[in-house]
Write a protein that binds this ligand. Structure first.
Ligand code: 2BA
Length: 110
């Protein structure tokens, strides 16, 4: 086990992705996380793999996780003339998945 894949995905995709990973024999750990921009819940999966398995796992993530448009309503500016401020929703495209692949120095199960 010499790589750790850290994948930030949307909650809606997490069950399907974990099922797809188990089906192919991969182990994962699900963490409840919060996006810094939307301040909403998302899911972070930790997946320990070997080098040669990275492409397959990234492929499974790509197949399982969809990107979606989400409306964000900005809060009114602090100290501004709030009676003149008309907040309108802005659309952002969230995920697929944000994937980091890290080297693992040491892996042990005790
Ligand atoms: P959030 O930070 O809540 O961001 C949700 C979506 O909002 C982003 O989708 C992007 O479309 C938009 N967004 C984020 N920051 C923005 C900004 N400064 N200006 C304009 N739009 C912005 P994704 O890029 O697909 O990211 C989905 C989630 O993945 C993020 O949720 C965050 O939890 C994680 N993530 C993305 N990039 C990351 C990074 N470089 N490091 C750590 N986590 C990251």
């Amino acid at each position: 086990m010499n790589k750790l894949i850290v994948a930030v995905i949307q909650d809606k995709d997490s069950m399907r992705l974990m099922e797809a990973l188990v089906e192919k024999g991969y182990r994962s750990t699900k963490l409840a996380s919060t996006g810094g921009f939307l301040r909403e819940g998302n899911t972070t999966l930790l997946i320990g793999v070997e080098d040669r398995q990275i492409d397959e796992v990234v492929g499974i993530i790509k197949k399982t996780c969809r990107s979606r448009e989400q409306l964000v309503t900005p809060i009114s500016p602090v100290g501004g003339p709030t009676d003149l401020y008309v907040p309108y929703p802005v659309e952002v495209v969230v995920g697929g998945a944000t994937i980091f692949v890290l080297d693992v120095d040491r892996f042990e199960k005790v």
